[in-house]
Ligand binder design. Structure first.
Ligand code: PHE
Ligand code: FE
Length: 289
Protein backbone atom coordinates (compact mmCIF):
# COMPACT_ATOMS: atom_id res chain seq x y z
CA UNK A 1 0.00 0.00 0.00
CA UNK A 2 2.72 2.44 0.86
CA UNK A 3 6.38 2.29 0.00
CA UNK A 4 8.15 1.19 3.17
CA UNK A 5 10.67 -1.43 2.22
CA UNK A 6 11.88 -4.62 3.86
CA UNK A 7 14.67 -6.02 1.71
CA UNK A 8 17.94 -4.38 0.60
CA UNK A 9 18.42 -6.06 -2.76
CA UNK A 10 16.22 -8.03 -5.15
CA UNK A 11 15.66 -11.58 -3.83
CA UNK A 12 16.72 -14.72 -5.75
CA UNK A 13 14.95 -14.97 -9.08
CA UNK A 14 13.91 -11.30 -9.26
CA UNK A 15 15.16 -8.95 -12.01
CA UNK A 16 17.48 -6.00 -11.28
CA UNK A 17 14.41 -3.71 -11.20
CA UNK A 18 12.83 -6.07 -8.64
CA UNK A 19 10.15 -7.36 -11.00
CA UNK A 20 9.26 -11.04 -11.03
CA UNK A 21 7.04 -13.10 -13.32
CA UNK A 22 3.40 -13.06 -12.19
CA UNK A 23 3.14 -16.81 -12.83
CA UNK A 24 -0.51 -16.51 -13.73
CA UNK A 25 -0.72 -20.20 -14.65
CA UNK A 26 0.13 -21.24 -11.10
CA UNK A 27 -2.89 -19.65 -9.37
CA UNK A 28 -5.27 -22.28 -8.02
CA UNK A 29 -9.01 -22.38 -8.66
CA UNK A 30 -9.53 -21.39 -5.03
CA UNK A 31 -7.34 -18.30 -5.48
CA UNK A 32 -9.24 -17.22 -8.58
CA UNK A 33 -12.47 -17.77 -6.66
CA UNK A 34 -11.31 -15.35 -3.91
CA UNK A 35 -10.77 -12.68 -6.58
CA UNK A 36 -14.19 -13.34 -8.15
CA UNK A 37 -15.94 -13.15 -4.76
CA UNK A 38 -14.24 -9.88 -3.81
CA UNK A 39 -14.75 -8.43 -7.28
CA UNK A 40 -18.50 -9.19 -7.36
CA UNK A 41 -18.95 -7.86 -3.84
CA UNK A 42 -17.20 -4.52 -4.47
CA UNK A 43 -18.65 -3.97 -7.95
CA UNK A 44 -22.14 -4.28 -6.49
CA UNK A 45 -21.63 -1.70 -3.79
CA UNK A 46 -19.62 0.92 -5.67
CA UNK A 47 -22.20 2.59 -7.97
CA UNK A 48 -23.23 5.80 -6.22
CA UNK A 49 -20.13 5.57 -3.98
CA UNK A 50 -17.07 5.41 -6.24
CA UNK A 51 -16.05 8.31 -8.48
CA UNK A 52 -17.14 8.27 -12.10
CA UNK A 53 -13.51 7.88 -13.15
CA UNK A 54 -13.14 4.74 -11.04
CA UNK A 55 -16.40 3.22 -12.29
CA UNK A 56 -15.39 3.88 -15.91
CA UNK A 57 -11.97 2.35 -15.24
CA UNK A 58 -13.49 -0.85 -13.86
CA UNK A 59 -14.09 -2.00 -17.43
CA UNK A 60 -10.32 -2.29 -17.70
CA UNK A 61 -10.52 -5.29 -15.33
CA UNK A 62 -13.15 -7.15 -17.34
CA UNK A 63 -10.72 -9.40 -19.21
CA UNK A 64 -11.22 -12.40 -21.48
CA UNK A 65 -11.58 -14.77 -18.53
CA UNK A 66 -12.69 -14.42 -14.90
CA UNK A 67 -10.36 -14.74 -11.92
CA UNK A 68 -7.17 -12.87 -11.03
CA UNK A 69 -6.19 -10.73 -14.03
CA UNK A 70 -3.26 -11.86 -16.14
CA UNK A 71 -0.91 -8.85 -15.95
CA UNK A 72 0.13 -9.37 -19.59
CA UNK A 73 -3.39 -8.97 -20.90
CA UNK A 74 -4.19 -6.21 -18.41
CA UNK A 75 -1.02 -4.27 -19.26
CA UNK A 76 -1.71 -4.43 -22.98
CA UNK A 77 -5.12 -2.81 -22.44
CA UNK A 78 -3.89 -0.28 -19.91
CA UNK A 79 -0.96 0.64 -22.16
CA UNK A 80 -3.41 1.46 -24.92
CA UNK A 81 -5.53 3.64 -22.64
CA UNK A 82 -2.91 5.63 -20.72
CA UNK A 83 0.55 4.14 -21.34
CA UNK A 84 0.65 2.31 -17.97
CA UNK A 85 1.59 -1.31 -17.24
CA UNK A 86 1.21 -3.57 -14.21
CA UNK A 87 4.32 -5.52 -13.13
CA UNK A 88 4.69 -8.07 -10.33
CA UNK A 89 7.12 -7.57 -7.44
CA UNK A 90 7.86 -9.69 -4.35
CA UNK A 91 6.07 -7.61 -1.71
CA UNK A 92 7.37 -4.18 -0.78
CA UNK A 93 10.29 -2.71 -2.74
CA UNK A 94 12.77 0.09 -1.85
CA UNK A 95 11.47 3.65 -2.22
CA UNK A 96 13.69 4.60 -5.16
CA UNK A 97 12.66 1.44 -7.05
CA UNK A 98 8.99 2.16 -6.38
CA UNK A 99 9.25 5.77 -7.58
CA UNK A 100 11.30 4.85 -10.64
CA UNK A 101 8.62 2.37 -11.73
CA UNK A 102 5.88 4.97 -11.23
CA UNK A 103 7.79 7.65 -13.11
CA UNK A 104 8.03 5.18 -16.00
CA UNK A 105 4.33 4.31 -15.81
CA UNK A 106 4.78 0.86 -14.32
CA UNK A 107 2.55 0.08 -11.38
CA UNK A 108 4.09 -2.53 -9.08
CA UNK A 109 1.71 -5.14 -7.71
CA UNK A 110 2.03 -8.09 -5.39
CA UNK A 111 1.05 -11.35 -7.07
CA UNK A 112 -0.31 -13.20 -4.02
CA UNK A 113 -3.98 -13.11 -3.01
CA UNK A 114 -5.49 -13.20 0.49
CA UNK A 115 -7.05 -16.41 1.77
CA UNK A 116 -10.79 -16.99 1.73
CA UNK A 117 -10.93 -16.37 5.50
CA UNK A 118 -9.31 -12.92 5.10
CA UNK A 119 -11.81 -11.29 2.75
CA UNK A 120 -12.45 -8.28 4.97
CA UNK A 121 -9.09 -7.30 6.33
CA UNK A 122 -5.44 -7.73 5.51
CA UNK A 123 -2.45 -5.62 6.62
CA UNK A 124 -0.28 -6.03 3.52
CA UNK A 125 -1.53 -5.18 0.05
CA UNK A 126 -2.38 -8.24 -2.05
CA UNK A 127 -3.23 -8.48 -5.75
CA UNK A 128 -6.86 -7.57 -5.06
CA UNK A 129 -5.92 -4.32 -3.38
CA UNK A 130 -3.18 -3.51 -5.89
CA UNK A 131 -5.13 -4.34 -9.04
CA UNK A 132 -8.79 -3.77 -8.18
CA UNK A 133 -7.94 -0.75 -6.03
CA UNK A 134 -5.40 1.00 -8.25
CA UNK A 135 -5.79 -0.06 -11.88
CA UNK A 136 -9.20 1.54 -12.61
CA UNK A 137 -7.84 5.00 -11.71
CA UNK A 138 -4.73 4.35 -13.81
CA UNK A 139 -7.08 4.02 -16.79
CA UNK A 140 -8.09 7.66 -16.28
CA UNK A 141 -5.79 9.94 -18.32
CA UNK A 142 -5.60 12.70 -15.70
CA UNK A 143 -5.00 10.38 -12.76
CA UNK A 144 -2.51 8.41 -14.86
CA UNK A 145 -0.50 11.62 -15.29
CA UNK A 146 -0.74 12.38 -11.57
CA UNK A 147 0.70 8.98 -10.63
CA UNK A 148 3.65 9.35 -13.01
CA UNK A 149 4.29 12.90 -11.73
CA UNK A 150 4.19 11.51 -8.18
CA UNK A 151 6.91 9.03 -9.11
CA UNK A 152 9.15 11.84 -10.39
CA UNK A 153 8.32 13.84 -7.27
CA UNK A 154 9.25 10.86 -5.11
CA UNK A 155 12.74 10.69 -6.59
CA UNK A 156 13.13 14.42 -5.78
CA UNK A 157 11.75 13.99 -2.25
CA UNK A 158 14.37 11.31 -1.59
CA UNK A 159 17.09 13.84 -2.41
CA UNK A 160 15.53 16.35 0.00
CA UNK A 161 15.05 13.74 2.73
CA UNK A 162 11.35 14.62 2.76
CA UNK A 163 9.80 11.31 1.94
CA UNK A 164 7.64 11.17 5.04
CA UNK A 165 5.88 14.38 3.99
CA UNK A 166 5.37 13.29 0.39
CA UNK A 167 4.12 9.86 1.48
CA UNK A 168 1.25 11.61 3.29
CA UNK A 169 0.13 13.06 -0.03
CA UNK A 170 0.04 9.55 -1.52
CA UNK A 171 -1.82 8.23 1.49
CA UNK A 172 -4.52 10.90 1.51
CA UNK A 173 -5.06 10.90 -2.27
CA UNK A 174 -4.03 7.68 -4.03
CA UNK A 175 -4.94 5.42 -1.09
CA UNK A 176 -7.70 7.21 0.86
CA UNK A 177 -8.89 10.11 -1.27
CA UNK A 178 -12.44 11.43 -1.67
CA UNK A 179 -13.60 13.65 -4.54
CA UNK A 180 -16.49 16.11 -4.68
CA UNK A 181 -18.64 15.28 -7.69
CA UNK A 182 -21.85 16.97 -8.86
CA UNK A 183 -23.95 14.18 -7.32
CA UNK A 184 -22.10 14.19 -3.99
CA UNK A 185 -18.95 12.95 -2.28
CA UNK A 186 -17.34 9.94 -3.94
CA UNK A 187 -14.48 7.61 -3.02
CA UNK A 188 -11.51 7.02 -5.32
CA UNK A 189 -8.63 5.97 -3.00
CA UNK A 190 -7.49 2.39 -3.58
CA UNK A 191 -7.48 1.56 0.14
CA UNK A 192 -11.16 2.50 0.33
CA UNK A 193 -12.54 1.05 -2.89
CA UNK A 194 -10.85 -2.32 -2.27
CA UNK A 195 -12.39 -2.57 1.25
CA UNK A 196 -16.05 -3.32 1.84
CA UNK A 197 -16.03 -1.85 5.33
CA UNK A 198 -14.20 1.36 4.46
CA UNK A 199 -16.30 1.90 1.29
CA UNK A 200 -19.22 2.41 3.68
CA UNK A 201 -17.34 4.06 6.54
CA UNK A 202 -15.56 6.71 4.46
CA UNK A 203 -18.81 8.18 3.12
CA UNK A 204 -21.48 7.34 5.68
CA UNK A 205 -19.97 7.07 9.15
CA UNK A 206 -20.24 10.12 11.45
CA UNK A 207 -16.84 9.37 13.02
CA UNK A 208 -14.18 10.67 10.58
CA UNK A 209 -13.44 14.26 9.57
CA UNK A 210 -13.94 15.11 5.91
CA UNK A 211 -11.86 18.15 5.03
CA UNK A 212 -11.26 20.09 1.81
CA UNK A 213 -7.90 19.13 0.29
CA UNK A 214 -5.01 21.51 0.89
CA UNK A 215 -1.55 20.37 -0.16
CA UNK A 216 0.43 21.80 2.75
CA UNK A 217 -2.18 20.76 5.32
CA UNK A 218 -2.14 17.18 4.06
CA UNK A 219 1.65 17.01 4.21
CA UNK A 220 1.49 18.08 7.88
CA UNK A 221 -0.92 15.31 8.82
CA UNK A 222 0.15 11.82 9.96
CA UNK A 223 -2.03 8.80 9.39
CA UNK A 224 -2.77 5.40 10.82
CA UNK A 225 -2.14 2.26 8.82
CA UNK A 226 -3.96 -0.22 11.08
CA UNK A 227 -7.57 0.93 10.95
CA UNK A 228 -10.12 3.08 9.14
CA UNK A 229 -8.92 6.66 8.65
CA UNK A 230 -9.84 9.45 11.06
CA UNK A 231 -9.55 12.07 8.29
CA UNK A 232 -10.44 12.03 4.63
CA UNK A 233 -9.40 14.88 2.36
CA UNK A 234 -11.73 15.88 -0.47
CA UNK A 235 -10.36 17.10 -3.80
CA UNK A 236 -12.58 19.23 -6.08
CA UNK A 237 -11.51 17.24 -9.17
CA UNK A 238 -8.62 15.15 -10.49
CA UNK A 239 -7.67 17.99 -12.84
CA UNK A 240 -7.26 20.29 -9.84
CA UNK A 241 -5.19 17.71 -7.93
CA UNK A 242 -2.89 17.30 -10.92
CA UNK A 243 -2.66 21.04 -11.49
CA UNK A 244 -1.76 22.01 -7.93
CA UNK A 245 0.81 19.23 -7.46
CA UNK A 246 2.50 19.82 -10.82
CA UNK A 247 2.55 23.62 -10.55
CA UNK A 248 3.93 23.61 -7.00
CA UNK A 249 7.69 23.33 -6.60
CA UNK A 250 7.89 21.06 -3.55
CA UNK A 251 11.50 21.98 -2.62
CA UNK A 252 10.61 25.25 -0.81
CA UNK A 253 7.51 23.57 0.60
CA UNK A 254 9.63 20.79 2.15
CA UNK A 255 11.93 23.46 3.63
CA UNK A 256 8.94 25.29 5.12
CA UNK A 257 7.43 22.07 6.48
CA UNK A 258 10.65 21.51 8.42
CA UNK A 259 9.74 24.59 10.46
CA UNK A 260 6.07 23.71 11.05
CA UNK A 261 4.78 21.20 13.59
CA UNK A 262 2.66 18.30 12.43
CA UNK A 263 -1.10 18.49 12.93
CA UNK A 264 -2.42 15.75 15.24
CA UNK A 265 -4.29 13.09 13.29
CA UNK A 266 -7.87 13.91 14.24
CA UNK A 267 -7.39 17.64 14.86
CA UNK A 268 -9.28 20.33 12.93
CA UNK A 269 -7.35 23.58 12.42
CA UNK A 270 -8.89 27.05 11.86
CA UNK A 271 -7.88 27.18 8.16
CA UNK A 272 -9.65 23.89 7.39
CA UNK A 273 -12.56 23.87 4.99
CA UNK A 274 -14.58 21.38 7.02
CA UNK A 275 -17.11 19.30 5.09
CA UNK A 276 -17.94 16.97 8.00
CA UNK A 277 -16.65 17.46 11.52
CA UNK A 278 -16.26 13.89 12.71
CA UNK A 279 -17.39 12.63 16.11
CA UNK A 280 -14.28 10.36 16.24
CA UNK A 281 -16.53 7.90 18.07
CA UNK A 282 -15.09 5.02 16.06
CA UNK A 283 -11.41 5.93 16.52
CA UNK A 284 -9.29 3.13 17.86
CA UNK A 285 -12.07 0.59 18.07
CA UNK A 286 -10.18 -2.03 16.14
CA UNK A 287 -6.98 -1.24 18.03
CA UNK A 288 -8.79 -1.56 21.37
CA UNK A 289 -10.55 -4.80 20.45
N1 PHE B 1 5.76 19.20 -8.17
C1 PHE B 1 6.36 18.23 -7.32
C2 PHE B 1 7.83 18.58 -6.95
O1 PHE B 1 8.27 19.68 -7.21
C3 PHE B 1 6.31 16.83 -7.94
C4 PHE B 1 5.02 16.14 -7.71
C5 PHE B 1 4.03 16.10 -8.70
C6 PHE B 1 4.77 15.50 -6.51
C7 PHE B 1 2.84 15.44 -8.47
C8 PHE B 1 3.59 14.83 -6.29
C9 PHE B 1 2.62 14.79 -7.26
O2 PHE B 1 8.52 17.77 -6.38
FE1 FE C 1 -2.16 0.70 -2.49
Amino acid sequence: MNETHVLEKPPEGANADWTIPQNWASYTAAEHAVWDTLFARQVKMLPGRASNAFLRGLDMLRLSRPGIPDFKELSARLMEATGWQVVAVPGLVPDDVFFDHLANRRFVAGNFIRRADQLDYLQEPDVFHDVFGHVPMLADPVFADYMAAYGRGGLRALEHGSLEKLARLYWYTVEFGLVQEAEGLRIYGAGIVSSRGESLFALDDPSPNRIGFDLKRVMRTGYRIDDYQQNYFVIPSFEELLRVTIETDFAPLYAQLETLPDIAIAEIVPQDRVITRGTQAYAGRRGAA
